[in-house]
Design a protein around this ligand. Structure first.
Ligand SMILES: C[S@@+](CC[C@H](N)C(=O)[O-])C[C@H]1O[C@@H](n2cnc3c(N)ncnc32)[C@H](O)[C@@H]1O
Length: 246
């Protein structure tokens, strides 16, 4: 896989692009081809800004979620039921500190975690020896089409503008064969898609039906949905969808 940094090399060199976050910065209108069947998708969103924000708050973020103990039982159950036991590799895209990558690995999955933030990569590699953790952007994965059996995108699309989401979901679909599994976690909303002040950098809430429709447009069929709230944060609503590539 190019476009992501294999363990122990420099991301800018391995990715063949500029920018610390795996963001190819030349002409944003020009598709970037590195594989004969691959045309990388470039979202019109400032990944550099998102990456810088997570870098500067990486210590707090790792302290908050890094050991996985904050994850909700229902979410863990959903991820396990849909992504364990697949016959092929699983990607944890936007893996952050690697707690889900580690969980999937513990279930026997052939899992690769990818994130663009160097501090998360360093933490994940130091904490979870033996995990395959790579630095790069989930928008520039140079896997061949249909290469992986499953993808976890746990809150990693939350900073994408609504206009950028479709291209990223299409890229997820390209990586999966028909019946391949995607599990995506995101912030839920009852009414409209809305930007809000996330602690790290602006994020979006999505009505689950609208997110599901975007998945359908990208070539996925929803198979299970989870919506929940926690008493400590009454203003926050959480959703996850498990879907199969059609
Ligand atoms: C809200 S955090 C979630 C992290 C992790 N999945 C978790 O559950 O703790 C969003 C993550 O997505 C990553 N991310 C956002 N856009 C990305 C991209 N294009 N490529 C790789 N990682 C990305 C960020 O660096 C950050 O680690």
């Amino acid at each position: 896989m190019t476009g992501v940094e294999p363990s122990g090399t420099s991301s800018a060199t391995a990715a063949g692009n500029s920018g610390a976050y795996g963001w190819a910065a030349s002409n944003p209108k020009e598709p970037l081809c590195r594989h004969e069947r691959t045309v990388f998708y470039r979202p019109q969103v400032d990944l550099q800004r998102v990456g810088t924000a997570y870098s500067s708050m990486s210590e707090q973020y790792i302290g908050l979620v890094g050991d996985g103990s904050q994850e909700h039982e229902a979410d863990i159950d959903l991820v396990r039921r849909h992504l364990a036991g697949l016959a092929g590799p699983v990607l944890d895209l936007g893996c952050g500190p690697g707690q889900w990558t580690s969980y999937l690995h513990s279930l026997g999955a052939d899992v690769v975690g990818v994130d663009m933030v160097p501090e998360f990569i360093a933490h994940a590699r130091a904490t979870h020896a033996g995990l395959d953790i790579r630095q790069g952007s989930m928008t520039e994965l140079d896997f061949p089409d249909h290469f992986v059996a499953g993808i976890l995108s746990w809150y990693s699309t939350i900073h994408l503008t609504p206009s950028a989401l479709d291209g990223v979901l299409t890229e997820f679909r390209r990586l999966l064969p028909p019946s391949g599994v995607l599990v995506v976690g995101f912030f839920d909303s009852d009414d409209t898609v809305a930007e809000f002040d996330h602690k790290v950098v602006a994020a979006y809430r999505w009505p689950a039906d609208v997110f599901s429709a975007r998945l359908a447009s990208a070539g996925f069929a929803e198979v299970e949905r989870l919506r929940r709230q926690v008493p400590e944060r009454p203003g926050r609503r959480y959703a996850a969808i498990a879907a199969r590539a059609t």
